[in-house]
Design a binder for this molecule. Sequence first.
Ligand SMILES: Cc1cc2nc3c(=O)[nH]c(=O)nc-3n(C[C@H](O)[C@H](O)[C@H](O)COP(=O)(O)OP(=O)(O)OC[C@H]3O[C@@H](n4cnc5c(N)ncnc54)[C@H](O)[C@@H]3O)c2cc1C
Length: 343
Amino acid sequence: MNDVLFLAHTDAGGALPRAALEALSAAKGLAAALGGKLDVALLGDGAQGAVAATAGAGARRALVAAGADLSQARYGADAAAAAALVKASGAGIVVAPHTSRLARVMAGVAVRVGGRIDTHVTGLAAEGGAVATRWFYRQRIEGTLRRAERPWILLVDPGTAPAHAPSGAAPAAEAVNVAVTDAEQRTTVTGTRQPGTGKSTIRPDAKLLFVAGAGWTKKQPDGAPHPDVAEKLILEFIDAAGASLGSSKSLVDQAGEGQKIFEFMTHLNQVGQTGATPRHPKGLATCCHGEEPHVVGWRFVGQRRAVNLDPGCGWARGKADVLYVADAFAVLAKVNELLAAKK
Ligand SMILES: Cc1cc2nc3c(=O)[nH]c(=O)nc-3n(C[C@H](O)[C@H](O)[C@H](O)COP(=O)(O)OP(=O)(O)OC[C@H]3O[C@@H](n4cnc5c(N)ncnc54)[C@H](O)[C@@H]3O)c2cc1C
């Protein structure tokens, strides 16, 4: 019952996504704390080769799904493969990354294997048995969960554990046969579409979260708004810094108010109480007032800095580590210049 299975899928290139390597660290730590054995199970294209990335985790076995077309994320095939891997391992606890591919299927897998599932797990420990932590009520209350039912599937949130760094030899891959009907494989992914102009601005793995607030579209000290300049500065910066783009609610809501909007920005970028709670080591807010419903989304951002013309803005009231009282247009133009010179 104390044995742990780490289950993940490969990405399109046949490698393990970063979220999977983080979940592997969490699984390894839990197995060690419980005194149980660790198994590894992978599905997707190149799963056999990806076992090498789990080297050094101390896994006793590496199970690989075979016999089904798992090159695309498809509910039927993915659920059948994950259920077969969980059954083949027999471990009581299954730790998997909370990626969109697994989040879609693992609740169904829990039903198929007669187990239970908890999602958005942020910590795993052994306290007289396995315990998992997660946040509730828009990240305001942290709860500790235990369950008697097994297998217990735990989807670990990205950014909550260090990524596993492979070392030494990995266990040999053992193929587990997956029976999938034609109906379960009939969906074909023909492509992906992104909202807005198709520019991908949300990068969960980025070291920096760059937040743009409504101030970017407001009248500036010269009496006129300069949204075109703002757009150029913001895009240049997030591309040069490899940053993820967040937004305040006021800025993304402008789309519905007929005002100038940034085409690359959607409600998916919104950070805060009614938006996302991303995890980045650093955050920089610009032209954003730092009101509580926005800042509550910064809960897991490590170091917080803000640029605002107003020395009395919300960030100044203990919400940022550093507040630069400055014109964000001038600051970003200078920073972009320095980044371009560094290239
Ligand atoms: C129930 C509820 C839920 C909410 N949920 C969220 C949420 O999830 N996320 C969220 O963001 N908000 C949320 N809000 C709204 C929130 O309270 C604020 O209204 C919003 O965050 C304000 O956005 P802002 O700071 O971009 O805009 P503003 O308040 O308009 O602030 C713009 C700022 O830009 C600065 N500025 C202007 N020009 C410059 C310049 N050149 N250089 C530097 N600074 C400049 C100004 O000084 C000002 O501080 C919620 C509100 C409610 C009631």
